[in-house]
Ligand binder design. Structure first.
Ligand SMILES: [Zn+2]
Length: 299
């Protein structure tokens, strides 16, 4: 076994037998951690043709938004995320690509903010026609293999998706090749060194087993960017109160404390726990050990 990031051959068993606590889609998984760069990954990695079975029809990140309080909160979240990301974007005519757009809500929120030239890639086509009807260009493809758009981009956004790929290195290399000089990758991912990861262990929502293959921290994200050839790397703290709530839910589900059935991978109380955890999240950010990270890689 060789670390795909730093070529080390020394590992520790990090999390053993991590079940899919949210969707029960697959058998429990073991994660190892590289002793040198602290990259965490599934060992063994899943087979490429098993991946689609990890995303059942009820997988919440692909569901179209319905109505009601959950939708309102979700929409608010995407809107805030788009606003945050827009602070990093130069002008409304920038050419922007989102990889793994899921239900398409971030692209829609960017559209609402006035961004004109938006494109997206996902291997699932559920949101395709909705996005295309709004003038957003869509490609149904695996960014690991190919980014099938003509020309280069000013920004590539990866919003909690890099940790889903079998080969995140190939994805970022492909992004690098499709960026104009000076252009940026904006990447969000769970922080494998965050306090919540330490507290919850194998129940940590960031593992999202079996869907998350590689888990990063600030240190190895920098290593990754440098290895691919990005010239400048910035890593910032990012909040994700849902991560606390889902970690808590995973713990209750796994230990049969909560016997209620999950809907779309969520328990009835998780949204309330997530609101209640917001202050903890803020504190975690202040202490510099956030639940999530935002990385900006400049070519
Ligand atoms: Zn390593």
């Amino acid at each position: 076994l060789i670390c795909a990031l730093c070529n080390s051959t020394e590992f520790t068993a990090k999390y053993n037998s991590v079940a899919d606590y949210e969707y029960a889609s697959y058998h429990p998984i073991d994660f190892v951690q590289c002793k040198h760069c602290s990259l965490i990954f599934q060992e063994p990695l899943p087979n490429v043709d098993e991946i689609s079975s990890f995303y059942p029809d009820s997988y919440r990140n692909y569901l179209p938004l319905g109505s009601g309080i959950f939708t309102l909160l979700k929409k608010m979240r995407f809107k805030n995320q788009a606003k945050k990301i827009s602070k990093l974007l130069d002008d409304k005519n920038s050419r922007i690509l989102e990889i793994g757009y899921g239900n398409g809500q971030l692209l829609m929120a960017l559209k609402d903010l006035g961004y004109q030239d938006l494109s997206g890639i996902d291997f699932d086509d559920k949101a395709k026609s909705m996005l295309e009807s709004c003038g957003i260009k869509v490609s149904i493809d695996n960014a690991e293999k190919n980014i099938s758009f003509e020309g280069n981009f000013d920004y590539v956004i990866l919003n909690n998706v890099i940790e889903h790929f079998l080969n995140p290195f190939a994805v970022l290399s492909n992004c690098f090749d499709k960026l104009n000089p000076g252009a940026k990758v904006i990447l969000l991912t769970p922080n494998s060194s965050g306090y919540d990861a330490e507290i919850f262990g194998k129940y940590w929502a960031g593992l999202h087993s079996p869907r998350h293959t590689f888990l990063f921290n600030g240190h190895n994200l920098k290593l990754l960017a440098n290895k691919i050839g990005f010239t400048q790397v910035d890593i910032c703290s990012e909040q994700d109160a849902a991560q606390w709530a889902i970690s808590f839910q995973n713990f209750l589900q796994a230990n049969k404390i909560d016997k209620s059935r999950l809907k779309n991978g969520l328990a009835w109380y998780t949204i309330f726990v997530s609101v209640a955890c917001s202050p903890i999240e803020l504190l975690q950010n202040l202490l510099g050990n956030s639940a999530s990270l935002m990385a900006i890689f400049k070519k």
